[in-house]
Design a protein around this ligand. Structure first.
Ligand code: GLY
Length: 347
């Protein structure tokens, strides 16, 4: 990582597709330098409620604005179709560029629209939520939901650059901040590192760096990138079971605790390590989200079986003395016991 005054640049090394993640107050001013040479038109994709001050000013380009709706229901193929129609109406060519400005939903949707339009045009992201800054905007995973599952249709499509606009965190709603902290707690276990003493800008940059290094080593999730899904198997099932009334980062915080119980039930970690998970999630990060009520273990098991990590059996990222690992073939009795442990502990 390179520190220049108040701005921290984190490289994502991917050969001739390498790019920078710029973290800092005013990072949106870096967007112009991230656009591909030859671009004449810029389609800014943003969402209702994102303050216009975070939209980059791009003199010398023909700029159009495209607003997508709030909520997971809008993270859909029909939104992609609408955006692509609007890009065509704006005359975007293969040489032009999409700029996504917002949180993870915007970067996922804008990224997938860019990956699809003309079979792929450039995209740059301005991340305005903590979750997008440390996870969603980095690494090229783009996509939308279908009725059968979250993010089931998408593409790997790396951005040309990511600007993490730290100004936006000052006014980020508390719930969205907690969602980002849920993902940050996840990095605590991936890197086995406590960032909580660092200033926020340094924490964001360090998490971006951990993610950038993992993506550089395993862009297509053939191995270690799957570790970024720590806590996500239960999290995705909870999101589906609650019809997304639990937010992603909240669900990840619960999912990380669940993963510790499951690892314990499988004899991979001791009870002190389970307690350490609670100390981080509840103590250091203050993420005391309850287990949503009224959801049957049967429903969660079905939804966890649909997780993209699962090839032919229930698959989780689980802790061990050596660190996190992807574990397939997890038995239903262990899954049920760990759900009971979690329920008891969160009561
Ligand atoms: N959000 C997990 C990943 O990018 O791989």
């Amino acid at each position: 990582m390179v520190v220049m005054g108040d701005m921290i640049d984190v490289p994502v090394e991917l050969g001739d597709r390498s790019y920078l993640v710029a973290v800092g107050h005013g990072a949106r001013s870096r967007v112009a330098s991230m656009l591909p040479s030859g671009a004449k038109r810029v389609a800014i994709v943003t969402q209702e409620g994102i303050p216009s001050e975070y939209l980059p000013h791009l003199d010398g380009y023909a700029v159009t604005h495209h607003v997508i709706g709030n909520g997971e229901a809008h993270k859909s193929l029909s939104t992609i179709e609408k955006l692509c129609s609007e890009f065509a109406q704006a005359g975007l060519t293969r040489a032009d560029v999409v700029v996504g400005v917002g949180g993870g939903m915007v970067t996922d949707v804008a990224g997938f629209a860019a990956a699809s339009y003309h079979r792929g045009i450039a995209v740059v992201h301005v991340a305005t939520t903590l979750l997008a800054m440390i996870d969603a905007a980095i690494g090229g995973k783009t996509g939308v939901n279908i009725a059968e599952g979250k993010n089931l249709v998408g593409a790997f499509w790396q951005p040309h650059g990511v600007a993490c606009e730290m100004d936006a965190l000052a006014t980020l709603p508390e719930r969205e901040m907690r969602c980002g902290l849920g993902e940050m707690a996840k990095y605590h276990f991936i890197a086995r590192e406590d960032f909580t003493a660092l200033p926020l800008v340094d924490r964001v940059a360090r998490c971006a760096e951990i993610k950038a290094n993992i993506v550089s080593a395993d862009e297509r999730e053939g191995g270690q990138r799957a570790l970024l899904n720590y806590g996500h198997t239960l999290a995705h099932a909870l999101e589906i079971a609650t019809d997304f009334s639990i937010a992603h980062g909240e669900a990840v915080a619960v999912g990380v605790l669940y993963a510790s119980h499951l690892a314990h039930r499988m004899g991979r970690i001791d009870s002190a390590r389970v307690d350490a998970h609670y100390e981080v999630v509840h103590g250091l990060y203050g993420l005391r989200h309850p287990l949503p009520s009224g959801i049957s273990p049967e429903q969660l098991i079905v939804d966890m079986g649909r997780d993209k990590k699962a090839i032919d059996s229930l698959t989780f990222v689980l802790d061990s003395a050596e660190g996190l690992e992807v574990v397939s073939g997890v038995s239903e009795p262990h899954i049920r016991e760990a759900l009971a442990d979690l329920t008891l502990r969160l009561e």
